[in-house]
Ligand binder design. Sequence first.
Ligand code: SF4
Length: 481
Amino acid sequence: MPTRTVTKHDFLTALGCNTRAWFGMRESGGIPTPADLLRMQEGQDVHRRAQSLHPNGVFAGSIEKTKRLILDHAVNVIIEAAFTVDGYTARADWIHRVKGGWVVGEIKSSLFNEDGPKDEHLEDLAYTVMVARRSGLPVKGCELVLMNRDWRLGMPDTELFVVTDHTAVVLPMADEYNRLWDQIAPLLLRRSRPSPHWCWECRACEYFADRCVGVGISDPIFQLPYLRENKFTELTAMGVTRISAIPSDFKLSQSQQKAATAIRTKNPQIDAAVIRAALDSVVWPVGYLDFETLMTAVPLYPDVAPHEQLVTQYSLHVEASPGSELAHREYLADHTRDCREELTARLIRDTSGCGSVVVYSSFEKTQIRGLASLLPAYATELAGLEAKLFDLEPVVRRGLVHPNFSGRSSIKVVLPVLAPDLSYAELDIGDGSAAVAAFAKLALGDATDEEIQAVRGALLEYCKLDTIAMVRVLRALQSRS
Ligand code: SF4
């Protein structure tokens, strides 16, 4: 069995919760989803392209080779420099020699932003710098390598990146982390689990419900919608971790009150007047619209920016009058080219007879606005389509709060409660990120003809179910108004 060591991910997780990091180090990691695989593949591609900035860099990949290359003064750039000391390991994407020491570089497949890097990128870099220094590397500089949003297909890889210096911020941050050196590794490497305690990290922790402080708690306070950290801290300071234990005079927002009442009483909280007022504004015939998109770090088509989101598909069900038979229209782009103009023209035609166009969340509105700025010739018609949009999600949030929604209102949570006979479980593609990954696989040219047919069929099925889901949610609301 390989010796267990503390990695960057473990250390940074431990800053939030030691127990979570301890669990994570003992997990096998599970089978990566298609979306995980796409992210990994993109990360590798971005790292490979970034190396064009240092064409004379020498690949290390191991601790021994890193040590040898550092001592070799003919080598000025080391790619994948590895370090280990006192149970900690780190790998710098590159280090390059400067007067009196080295600059440590971290490559990220995120966009460069004029407003400054994300904290998590600086934290990653600070951890690597801490371990490199502890290994004896004199670190003189720290740089981030981020993606340039102005890059387009056909430009050289060297222009895909923006390199920025963060030495002044990262070195003190590494000093801060270094103060925890003697605490974190011993705690994470010991056999017994560090004692868990309720903290803000618990809200998104994968171990909460099954293996940690949430075991056996059916109504944790995290089920309060829009719970903020200050309110969480106030509640836990009083020893309150369950919704059923919140004192009646504790100040909650209206939506939190509703969710708390639904969860406490195990009864849906229905505001028929709110639902009726909203549904009265729906104009028939009604269209039900859902988009799927493609977004890749390195663009796959000309004139597309890194990480730009492209609408590639829609499903539209049309209901002429309440309860009438549904007509279905759909579009799925040819994955070998950018089809946004063709999709837009079809979408405008297909929705032209609709009075209202029902969506679930603001996602479609954002995409329609994006298409309007990309294609000014269609801007007026797209503005007309935007004016017809009717978002169902706020109606659910305000009008129907079910205890089994657990304080949430996404369609994936709402649908199994309101239409239990409809399920994504049997589909080959069952969520939006899987749909993005599936289309990207086609666009990258990684699929055989047979796979292309299967994936296209699965994408159409998935998107179609999303709009049927909206039909069913609207009908469920009608029946409660
Ligand atoms: S549930 Fe909370 S205490 Fe337990 S591991 Fe997760 S974050 Fe830590």
